[in-house]
Design a protein around this ligand. Structure first.
Ligand code: UD1
Length: 421
């Protein structure tokens, strides 16, 4: 990786500048995390290109090393070799704070026949249980118990099964695909998640020799005896691309985002067009030309619906639109933590259960606010770009978990933004 993740304390944004220019989009956080976990499925070297310098990736490296992996880093190329695995949970403090640590379960169970990990626990945006993961592992023949905050699962070999998920959980789908890749026989996952990051994981596993196919309503996995090493470049981050597109649109600028994939961003592009922007997709990028923002009605839902990860940034934009917007969050039960922070900037928002009503006034003002979670942090950046005066965002380690050098990207597009360490 070219730079280490910065862990500065505050971002200071002075609003009012339209964003213009061109900028590259980093590799997807949600694609690379399961791919890093899947590297444990083989003892051969796995090389990943364009690895983003974000703290979630750094934490995954710490966990991989604790599980026995050797990691060599050259620029943004990373090679992981795991000759043998320790299946208990070292680095418990990191396991607990990184939700994606649960993604180690499937690979470890598949390769070693047993695994013990601390429960990843809830987080501020919702309880985030793992029942769908566990039910799927049980369908594959594993047994599991939870004792003292640790989940222990075992079963060897796993057997292919027909699995119906009660909700298209992204993480559970990924975990079960990884586990089923080395099971005996065929697995069908119905009710699965089809987020682009799930599809990217499937592509990655197939380059390792897995036999996975998708149909419109299911994922079919033919178990193989072993997987081999590979080289892979994961997809670009559609949420980072969406965040930068939104920033360009609402500030009335014109921006080229290299690597952004319009095929992954359809619901976001639809809302940006409804908000008044023009969008020109081309090979390996998207140009967006903005004209401010009109009120919107947004309902987050699993792919191909509007991504829950874009809900908070769009709410910030709606606060600036003149008129009433409605935002329904159907994926997470508590994903409105940004509301109180946006109110500090003059936003008029009423929340009733999972619906937020935004009374946009066409004005926001700078304030001292706190990034309460990753996407809430992105929302505050959008609000800061629109606000009159200076916005000071603290707790930006949340932003650093998932956005690679966000302020450098905004800066090169003309934003007035400074990181105070
Ligand atoms: C992934 C993404 C996250 C995104 C989310 C939804 C990664 C690393 N993170 O998270 O950015 O916001 O998808 O698109 O890819 N649920 C259960 N039981 C389970 C699993 C999930 O009830 O066993 C519930 C969750 O509490 C949540 C909903 O299902 O309400 C969606 O969760 P899930 O799709 O699993 O999200 P993650 O994989 O954790």
């Amino acid at each position: 990786m070219t730079s280490t993740t910065q862990s500065g304390k505050q971002l200071i944004i002075t609003g009012g500048s339209p964003l213009n220019g061109r900028c590259g989009v980093s590799t997807s956080k949600n694609a690379i995390l399961p791919i890093l976990a899947a590297s444990l499925l083989t003892s051969e070297p796995v090389t990943i290109h364009k690895v983003p310098a974000i703290s979630d990736v750094k934490n995954m490296f710490t966990l991989l090393r604790a599980f026995g992996a050797r990691i060599s880093i050259a620029g943004d190329d990373v090679t992981i070799t795991t000759k043998s695995i320790k299946t208990t949970s070292p680095a418990a403090n990191i396991m607990e704070k990184l939700r994606a640590s649960i993604l180690f379960m499937g690979p470890m169970l598949a390769r070693e026949g047993s695994v013990t990990l601390p429960l990843p626990g809830g987080c501020r945006i919702g309880a985030r249980p793992i029942d769908i993961h566990i039910q799927g592992f049980r369908a594959l023949g594993a047994k599991s118990v939870t004792v003292n905050g640790h989940v222990h699962a075992w079963g060897r070999p796993l057997h292919g099964a027909d699995i119906l998920l009660r909700f298209p959980s992204v993480g559970a789908t990924e975990n079960l695909i990884m586990a089923a890749s080395l099971a005996v026989g065929d697995t069908v996952i119905r009710g699965a998640a089809f987020e682009p990051e799930v599809t990217d994981l499937i592509r990655f596993l197939n380059t390792m020799g897995a036999r996975i196919e998708t149909a419109s309503d299911r994922i079919m996995i033919r178990g193989v005896k072993a997987l081999s090493g590979t080289e892979y470049t994961p997809i670009a981050d559609r949420i980072e691309a969406g965040t930068l597109m939104l920033a360009a649109a609402v500030t009335g600028g014109e921006v080229d985002l290299l690597r952004a994939d319009a095929g992954h961003l359809k619901p976001v592009c639809d809302k940006l067009i409804e908000a008044g922007a023009e969008i020109f997709p081309y090979e390996n990028g998207i140009r967006i030309r903005g004209r401010g923002v009109r009120p919107l009605n947004i309902v987050s839902s699993p792919f191909p619906g509007f991504p829950t990860d874009m809900q908070a940034p769009f709410m910030a934009a709606c606060c600036f639109a003149k008129g009433r917007s409605t935002i329904d969050e159907t994926v997470f039960e508590n994903r409105f933590l940004h509301v109180d922070e946006l109110r500090k900037m003059g936003a008029d928002i009423t929340v009733n259960g999972r619906t937020a009503y935004v009374n946009g006034t066409g004005r926001l003002h700078g304030a001292e606010v706190s990034a309460t979670d990753l996407r809430a942090g992105a929302a505050l950046c959008i609000a800061g770009l629109l606000a009159q005066g200076e916005t000071v965002i603290s707790n930006i380690y949340h932003i650093d978990r998932g956005y690679e050098n966000l302020e450098a990207k905004l800066l090169c597009l003309g934003a007035r933004i400074v990181r105070l360490s």
